[in-house]
Design a protein around this ligand. Sequence first.
Ligand code: FAD
Ligand code: NDP
Length: 515
Amino acid sequence: MMLLKSLRSSGSFRSVLLLRFAGSVRNASKFDYDLVVLGGGSGGLACAKEAVEYGARVLCLDYVKPTPAGTKWGVGGTCVNVGCIPKKLMHQASLLGEAVHEAVAYGWNVNDRDIKPDWKKLVKVVQNHIKSVNWVTRVDLRDKKVEYVNSIGSFVNPHTIKYKTKQGELKQLTAQYVVIAVGGRPRYPPIKGAIELGITSDDIFSYEKEPGRTLVVGAGYVGLECACFLKGLGYDPTVMVRSIVLRGFDRQMSEFLAAMMTERGIHFLNTTIPMGVERTPEGKLLVQYRNTTTQTDGSDVFDTVLWAIGRKGLIEDLNLGAAGVQTYNDKVIVDHTEATSVPHIFAVGDIIYGRPELTPVAILSGRLLARRLFAGSTQLMDYTDVATTVFTPLEYSCVGMSEEMAIERLGADNIEVFHGYYKPTEFFIPQKSFRHCYLKAVAEVSGDQKILGLHYIGPVAGEVIQGFAAALKSGLTVKTLLNTVGIHPTTAEEFTRLSITKRSGVDPTPASCCS
Ligand code: FAD
Ligand code: NDP
């Protein structure tokens, strides 16, 4: 027990579990595999790689169907190929364009004032990076002895999976446990021309043509992020918003974000839905739309139409009926242990109904599941207080409750909202707008004032909030926050200076940076 404790505290808990359970896993199984993972994305790969650590025999099936525009990619799933990674690289590319102009203000001699991005070159370097990650992923799977098959898997019965080999041969195998980690793909609206003429985030990061004037339909994460990097790269995006921007997020912060985007020249078509797309004789895209508030129709011409209207779960090929797995709205229903309606079949990642669609969520839940299945662990995934970031030029990051959620759950009288605008030091010389640099802490009103939610709009928001997310999970209070010495001059330190409450009505605009 002492040894277990010391190994646990020295971070070697995994080694102990491995020793205790590796042998038993191998001996017990009467199936071809201890675990078959359907889907080689963030969640599936994390689960498969963790399971082999404990001696499990694991096979992972992963297959990507090309998009209607013909885009396809390799192993690793959405995040690596058409999600977080290419998005972050394009976000960075767009921030660098802004930084070049700031550099001039800081005294750099930049000779070519007509600085322009080269879209084709950007796409090429981004795609090269992705291919290198695909390659590393395959090598990693081989080294770790996870069997990887590039094919679509589907159920024959609850313990049997079938797939086709590259040569077209139909194979079947049995598994003690099956993990469904098939993720999702972008939706297309059911209107004329949507599939034939529009693209999605699955296409944009490898799009050979310059996007030009782009209509981005949808105002969730994908829509806002794509519109922002396109703007930063010199294109002209318009965001079509069906109801509100960033539904589900803190309203005040979301509206700030939209205002920041407007300030940067991104257009919004509010309360508007697309009605149809057709190609003009000049080769452009004519989009018909309807404003649902005024009930008026309109149209405009674009070079590119990008659907960012959410994602559907990829259950279509799984033949879940043969396994008896219950679904809801193309997602798989699971309990608190990620078990489906069939006890030995689990699901992780985006395919789960009602859980955050984020890579770190998929990875951690996949790892924890493997430990529970093969290493005797009992630790469950905690889906609360998951931090997230919207990668717009001033990023928005948050963890915990929105102001609205706190009011709904605790009542307005029982919460206190501390807030403030701030002026990043580095913004002064290039005279960047800090109108939307704002942060707030939503806290309980009484006692040490436990913090329920933190929200921040500003530079590198994700980097700022990540550490605070750990603090919040550890029971951070306003008292602790205000007793924390800041790191000066940073923007993150603004959280340690939050002394003005909304209730007080005091103007939260700072007089200077250092008081
Ligand atoms: P996926 O990564 O989608 O992997 C599932 C895999 O299974 C796919 O390869 C799929 O083709 C395959 N598959 C499907 N059906 C079958 C079958 N029957 N047999 C075999 N294989 C099958 N998250 C963040 O945390 N941060 C971000 O910044 C971020 N940015 C994003 C940007 C964009 C544009 C998008 C679209 C998403 C972004 N996400 C981000 C979300 C993140 O990518 C997903 O949450 C994550 O990839 C989900 O992982 P997963 O394992 O559940 O599924
Ligand atoms: P979201 O569900 O976040 O947003 C979809 C948007 O499309 C909403 O604004 C919605 O409006 C709108 N919409 C839906 N249907 C229609 C329609 N028929 N016509 C017009 N508009 C429509 O989906 P996303 O695709 O933006 O993102 C999917 C998931 O991927 C996110 O939930 C997130 O978890 C993950 N992701 C994470 C990122 C990150 O961590 N930075 C980045 C990108 C994605 P309404 O509000 O009215 O329903």
